[in-house]
Design a protein around this ligand. Sequence first.
Ligand code: ZN
Length: 128
Amino acid sequence: MPTYDYRCAEGHRYERLVPIRDRDLSSCPACGAAGTRLPAAAAIGGVASAGLSREQMPQTWKGTGGANPEYVRHLRRQWDGRQRLEEKYPELAGDRRPVVAHEGRYHDAPLRAGDVPAPAAPASPAED
Ligand SMILES: [Zn+2]
């Protein structure tokens, strides 16, 4: 199965491994909107891609197209390229510290190992 590049109405760009007969049917993984397949020429000559980050890589068996060998090889090549890029530009690698809290007040800004937790909101008004 070939991979195709798509862009959704919200402007997210993503890639999918799909059978040729289904190549025009795709929904955006970020927002669920219908995606438009980009012409192959645009995918090749378009904006240089930094590749998928560690967090964007498929995390599940299903995400790899059921461990589809062709897609896994493609991911492997992307990942190798990404690693070389991250060696050159470490800022691409992002924060590698483990996330220790990501729920409640840490939903939007996960607490990572080494961070100082912000004080919790006072339970009752301060007294003098
Ligand atoms: Zn989208």
